[in-house]
Write a protein that binds this ligand. Structure first.
Ligand code: FES
Length: 196
């Protein structure tokens, strides 16, 4: 199977740019364009090549995320999470939206401060419901091994046992309506976000 990714996508995944390369650093925060570009990998068409059968190149089956209405932007209050299920109603789909009151990676709205995350800890699946910390704009500590995740920086872990960021829900704003349109990162307990 041959998969070709656009160099810009690879660059977005790695968080690299020319200045960062010169300085030997990698910025953590992606801008919104990079974030959406990276999330778009989920819908990238993958061509499957069969040896000696050039004419048999066919697009693989593509799964796409549902576009789901979540709530109204005007109904959100700063530091009050809004819970929902995404991308389906199966295991580990519990997620949350929150208006942080401060600009965040992947944030939407006039202040780019509305973000969405899955509630399942990436370490061993601990439930993060009810752990939002307004002072730190974070989720955690996880009740199992105390990991805390930074919601202003794409859910990166701040402390604890997890070593993967919390999956972030890709959001779109249409007028006052907020839609979930994808996920950035693998949900704990799933081998594929869309197939359980
Ligand atoms: S399950 Fe959350 S820190 Fe271990």
């Amino acid at each position: 199977m041959e998969t070709r990714l656009d160099p810009k996508i690879v660059q977005a995944i790695n968080g690299e740019n020319d200045e960062a390369k010169k300085a030997g650093t990698r910025p953590c925060l992606m801008n919104r364009r990079q974030f959406l570009l990276t999330g778009g990998i989920a819908t990238t068409v993958v061509m499957v090549g069969i040896p000696n059968m050039a004419e048999a190149q066919t697009p693989a089956v593509i799964s796409t995320y549902p576009r789901k209405f979540i709530t109204k932007l005007s109904s959100l209050k700063v530091d009050e999470p809004f819970d929902f299920l995404y991308p389906d109603e199966g295991d580990y789909s519990e997620s949350m939206l929150v208006k942080l009151g401060t600009k965040a990676g992947g944030g939407i709205g006039p202040k780019e401060d509305v973000v969405g995350f899955n509630y399942t800890c990436t370490h061993q699946g601990g439930p993060l419901q009810g752990t939002y910390q307004a002072a730190d704009k974070a989720l955690g500590p996880c009740p199992l091994h105390l990991t805390t995740f930074d919601l202003t920086r794409h859910g990166i872990f701040i402390s604890g046992q997890a070593y993967q960021s919390l999956p972030q829900v890709l959001l779109e704003l249409e007028g006052d309506d907020i839609f979930a349109v994808g996920m950035f990162g693998l949900i704990y307990g799933r081998f594929d976000n869309l197939r359980g």
